[in-house]
Ligand binder design. Structure first.
Ligand SMILES: [Zn+2]
Length: 57
């Protein structure tokens, strides 16, 4: 089952972090700890600006 990856820009510190589109746990910014994504059971809800989306094959 393929998913996609999103490069998310942290709103607080502008760190770019790669988040799996179907993340099953909360993803926090590695720099400041702000929540970048929360799981919904399907596509994770993203909380920063998505810089780029990469489809996995
Ligand atoms: Zn941050």
């Amino acid at each position: 089952m393929a998913g996609s990856f999103h490069r998310v820009l942290c709103a607080d510190c502008e760190n770019e972090q790669v988040v799996f589109g179907k993340a099953s746990s909360v993803v926090s910014c590695a720099v400041c700890g702000t929540t970048l994504a929360t799981p919904t059971g399907g596509e994770a809800e993203l909380h920063g600006d998505v810089v780029e989306t990469v489809e996995a094959r």
